[in-house]
Design a protein around this ligand. Structure first.
Ligand code: PHE
Length: 487
């Protein structure tokens, strides 16, 4: 028989474990920094409430009704609703997105592991800004080291997934999340006295629409077109919406998968609200901890994926007890990443065991190996390899001449391309289809039944959101997609 979560607390723990991860503490600060602060956070929060929350409800409800991996859940529910079985493609694109995301997630989580050792060895003690930057550069420009950490992280993820959902996730999360929360609060207090707090608050909460809507170069200068006008870009909007999906683990079936282990007597609305609130609070705390350090130490908020690795060690290196706190922080962040990684892999592994009748251990090892390989792309990205560089090498292997393509696309790294493709395109498209399916394709009776344990206002509000508001908003963002190709 298929097991269910022992109680509703364990579901919350697992779902929060999936949602809270590198997305909140590593990604949220650096994309906020890259896209100018205030307006970005505003756009992100709107997306969380109007898009994320309704889709979270939909995914939990679909999962609980289908009781299988996302592919088979979609297949069954579409047949049940008398619709086309191709809805199961949603599950397929979710599995692809999950594997692609995990490929770089694992590399960053590997860096986090490396940093817990660096913090523990006292390497950050009394470090200057340049010293800390040097430590990061040394790590990311050494592909072998990154590879070793990536391999280790994939290894522990495979072990956890192979053991099955009950194998300890619940216990891990119940101590990791509170402890991580406490450490973040400690860091925010430290940051308050760092001298950069006011500037950080200003940056995070004062809207500056220009910085959000107009393209800027690496130095933060606005790009100009031939007429000397600033160039409009829609990319930050796509990134903000994409991040709402990413941080809540939506649009790829992770939450659907966890919902499938949920028993019938639990209020979905309450669950979703708790998960979304906790996730958002953790992200905002991470921002409040990191940006003051960034400003106080003259770092660049738009430094990119290295932002937390450049800013936090300065704090750990200079605060009382920083060696212990720093080590603990990175260890906890590793655990948070681990519980998210497990949920990224689970839909694929569940599908392989259900439909291909593969043994769970074999399914996990196979999936892990494929993802490990894709991860190599990100490892080389961090040491500066672009898509153009890779094409040049591939061409030369086949004895062909590579004509330099000058479009900006070819100057991006595979990490940037994979991240944008998954977080900003695949997850929102997946989420849009989930909303349409739950709102329009499924019969009202069957969705309403999933909500019957809720307060009676939840269902009507949700159904208007998921039918009209959410799809409309996602659609609007996509409608302007051409706005990102303008430069
Ligand atoms: N939500 C996780 C994070 O914020 C990442 C994730 C995305 C996990 C998609 C599962 C599915 O780190």
């Amino acid at each position: 028989m298929r097991h269910e979560w022992s109680n509703r607390l364990t579901f919350i723990l697992a779902a929060v474990g999936s949602a809270v991860g590198l997305g909140n503490i590593w990604k949220f600060p650096y994309i906020t920094g890259e896209y100018g602060g205030g307006v970005f956070i505003f756009a992100y929060l709107i997306c969380i409430c109007l898009i994320g929350l309704p889709i979270m409800l939909a995914e939990i409800a679909l999962g609980r009704r289908g009781k299988q991996s996302p592919v088979n859940t979609m297949l069954q529910l579409s047949l049940e609703a008398g619709s086309h079985p191709s809805w199961s493609l949603l599950g397929w694109s979710g599995m692809a997105a999950g594997c692609l995301i995990l490929s770089y997630y694992s590399v960053i989580a590997g860096e986090v592991m490396a940093y817990s050792f660096r913090a523990g060895s006292g390497m950050f003690n009394q470090q200057t800004v340049d010293g800390v930057k040097g430590i990061l550069t040394t790590l990311v420009s050494d592909p072998e080291k990154l590879l070793a950490w990536h391999t280790l992280f994939m290894g522990v993820t495979v072990i956890a997934v192979a053991k099955g959902v009950r194998g300890g996730i619940e216990k891990t999360i119940s101590f990791v999340m509170p402890a991580l929360f406490v450490l973040l609060v400690v860091l925010v207090f430290y940051a308050m006295n760092s001298g950069g707090f006011e500037q950080a608050i200003d940056f995070m909460f004062t809207p500056d629409a220009d910085k959000f809507f107009y393209a800027r170069d690496q130095l933060g200068q606005y790009l100009m077109d031939a007429e000397g006008e600033k160039i409009f870009t829609w990319k930050p909007m796509m990134v903000a919406m994409g991040h709402a999906f990413f941080t809540l683990s939506l649009g790829m079936g992770a939450i659907m998968m966890y919902g499938s282990y949920l028993n019938r007597y639990v209020s979905i609305g309450q669950m979703a609200l708790i998960i979304v609130s906790l996730d958002t609070v953790v992200a905002l705390l991470a921002g409040l901890a990191i940006f003051p350090l960034v400003f106080a130490n003259g770092l660049d908020p738009a430094a990119g994926p290295g932002l937390i690795f450049e800013s936090l060690p300065i704090a750990f290196g200079n605060m009382a007890g920083g060696r212990l706190i720093g080590t603990l922080f990175f260890v906890l962040l590793f655990f948070a990443a681990w519980t998210s990684a497990i949920s990224l892999m689970e839909p694929t592994v569940a599908w392989l065991t259900e439909s291909k009748k593969m043994h769970r251990v074999k399914a996990t090892v196979w999936t892990g190996t494929v993802i490990w390989f894709i991860g190599l792309a990100s490892i080389f990205s961090f040491s500066g390899t672009t898509l153009g560089d890779i094409l040049r090498i591939l061409f030369s292997w086949f004895g062909l001449e590579y004509l330099e393509l000058n479009h900006w696309f070819f100057k991006q790294s595979l990490f940037i391309i994979i991240d944008f493709l998954t977080a900003s395109i695949m997850l929102p498209v997946g989420g849009l289809l989930i909303a349409i399916f739950a709102g329009w394709v499924m019969e009202r009776d069957s969705t309403e039944r999933e909500f019957s344990f809720n307060n009676r206002y939840v269902y009507p509000v949700w159904s208007v959101m998921v039918r009209y508001v959410t799809p409309f908003l996602v659609f609007i963002v996509f409608l302007n997609i051409s706005g990102i190709f303008k430069f």
